[in-house]
Write a protein of this length. Sequence first.
Length: 225
Amino acid sequence: MIRPIIEPEVLPVESTGAGLPVVASPRLTPDGLRARFKQRLAWSPEPTEDWRKENDPRAAAVLIPLVVREARLTVLLTQRADHLSAHAGQISFPGGRHEPDDENAIATALREASEEVSLASDRVEVLGALPDYLTGTGFRVTPVVGLVHPPFSVEADTLEVADIFEVPLDFLMNPAHHQVRLLRWEQGERRFFAMSYPRPGAGGHYFIWGATAGMLRNLYRFLVA
């Protein structure tokens, strides 16, 4: 069941695409990605705000699943269930906090993907990881990037996930589709990245923002280096 996205009260600030290069199309292929993760090129991730400097962030990991489709790569994303106490209705990658039995961040990301969307780990070719992303909710998240090879199936854990969908990677890696937005409330304001993708056949759009958009922006920075 597709549920409507509830957008935060935001004020558009600026597009971040002006003057930025696009990612070369050969790099947005399985072989191009494999080659890029083997390289050691200088690049800088986007800065993140630590709203909880007094606390040690909790370790977590997400899987950035790049699905190998015949026409082009896509990014598999989820919409969180509306009843969750944290980040309800938001777009996210499969992922969660590190558990004691997890050997490393890769193990955390693959386990969470299996639990949330029933994605089999043996269908995922892990390419590497991006720099840790510090969230305002007190997590240090390791984004693990992997190619997902068909055939595979997914099924949402309805306790956590309301929808599973795919967005073309080249759309998300086009800086013309990146925005910085501003959220204001009584205690202050926060700027964050956002990306909007039309919802195929259903009207409306998927609104990708916050940490998910920030990690996608870092993937763009990594690939355009």
